[in-house]
Design a protein around this ligand. Structure first.
Ligand code: T4K
Length: 395
């Protein structure tokens, strides 16, 4: 394949099978087999089995938090936290997040009050969050994105000022350290995702972390499991249990986490070197953290300088077998059912959505693949007029 050929202009695709976005960690087969042999021997599949207990303990040590409550996935974790905190009516949250963040609180009968984000960090805009809380809301949910963190301490002060519970959607944040502490101990609770695409994986899964003993009791009761230490009354329960199979994967993934993060950092730096010289590409490095998981290669495309917008570049990359994604486009306030509920304008959120692109980074990538992805992007910039002509003919 010639270095300047593009599949969209008739060349052969660079990647077959395609190169996905996400960590997609798979442990060594023998380690997985050994863990599964134990599950078969004990004949115990789910409901707070020994592997889930062990996994919770390991995470608590890693994050220096008192309680870890493993759940089926982060979406149910967020919903359980909103319920356990007794938040009523509405919640202030950013619109620039995965739609599951808003769907989760909606399942808990809360109406999201969407807030704009900072144009550089992509995290919740502090002044606007304060303004929305001053007009009345039952709680505050911030989202820690892209291996970075929000201004966690400022948000804690703000929640205290308005006497509302604060929790964090830290789906992207496992392995990150902010303000000298691992993410996990901020606000009333934090929720992490262990989806296959995340830095720590259980296939599907997640966990809630908290230092509040009473809240932890309520969370365990709502999750519904034999892990309940004290039976206390809760408004309603759910099935948010993690299985032994998920925990088996998680324990292996946690064991490898520091190597995974180290490798991610190296690959991130390679992308940075190759892409930051291309006009119109700005790479967003993780902010407000002393340590990131370096799992997200997120860039913004300036269509005037690059020649194509993020949608057009995504088409070029996808044709070449590079499964770049426009996370999170459209923004949540433009997605059903939320778009029917309000007509607010969130200019920073909307601008970011029209520019953003996430590139593959994780166990499926390596030095050579990143070199090729960068070459495709550079060629797309150089041939942008030809590509635009081709795409306009296709309409
Ligand atoms: N809050 C935030 C900020 C989030 O980003 C998310 C989830 C949540 C909350 C909720 O967490 P969970 O309830 O999911 O635990 C993905 C993930 O499903 C989702 O976890 C993630 N964020 C979101 C940003 O992305 P999809 O539908 O785009 O992923 P999917 O399944 O298409 O996978 C991406 C690529 O990876 C594909 O090209 C296929 C490939 N792949 C995927 C899987 C699962 C594989 O090659 N092997 C695999 O096993 O949503």
């Amino acid at each position: 394949m010639s270095s300047d050929s593009l599949a969209i202009l008739g060349g052969a695709p660079s990647f077959q099978p395609p190169l996905p976005v996400g960590q997609l960690y798979f442990p060594a087969w023998d380690d997985y087999k050994k863990a599964f042999r134990g599950i078969f021997k004990r004949q115990y599949y789910t409901n707070q089995g020994p592997l889930v207990n062990k996994f919770e303990k390991l995470i608590a040590e890693y994050k220096q938090v008192r309680h870890v409550i493993c759940v089926t996935n982060a979406t149910i974790g967020l919903s359980i936290v909103a319920d356990a905190l007794g938040i009523q009516n509405s919640i202030v949250m950013p619109s620039f997040t995965f739609v599951a963040s808003a769907q989760a609180v909606f399942w808990s009968n809360l109406r999201p009050k969407f807030c704009d984000v900072d144009p550089v960090s992509h995290h919740i805009d502090l002044a606007q969050a304060d303004h929305l809380l001053s007009r009345g809301a039952g709680g505050l949910m911030a989202v820690n994105l892209w291996g970075g963190a929000t201004h966690v301490n400022d948000l804690e002060k703000m929640a205290k000022k308005y006497r509302v519970p604060l929790f964090f959607d830290s789906a992207h944040g496992f392995g990150c350290v902010s303000q000298g502490k691992p993410l996990g101990g901020f606000g009333s609770a934090e929720v992490f995702s262990f989806h296959a695409t995340k830095v720590l994986s259980t296939g599907e899964g997640g966990c809630i972390t908290t230092n509040d003993n009473d809240l932890a009791d309520r969370l365990r009761n709502i999750r519904s499991s034999y892990g309940i230490r004290k039976v206390i009354s809760v408004k309603r329960t759910a099935n948010g249990r993690m299985s032994e199979a998920q925990a088996a994967l998680g324990i292996l993934s946690l064991k490898n986490l520091s190597c995974i993060i180290k490798r991610n950092k190296k690959l991130f730096d390679e992308y940075y070197r190759a892409l930051s010289v291309i006009p119109g590409i700005t790479i967003r490095s993780p902010l407000n953290v002393e340590r990131s998981n370096w799992q997200y290669l997120v860039c913004e495309i300036d269509k005037k300088k690059f020649g194509l917008n993020n949608r057009q570049l995504q088409i070029v990359l996808n044709r070449d077998g590079i499964l770049a994604r426009r996370y999170f486009c459209p923004p949540v306030h433009k997605c059903p059912p939320f778009k029917e509920m309000s007509s607010i304008a969130l200019p920073n959120t909307e601008k970011i959505c029209s520019r953003i692109l996430q590139l593959p980074l994780g166990s499926c990538t390596d030095h050579k693949k990143i070199e090729r992805v960068s070459e495709v992007i550079k060629t797309a910039h150089l041939k942008s007029d030809q590509i635009k002509k081709f795409l306009s003919k296709k309409k």
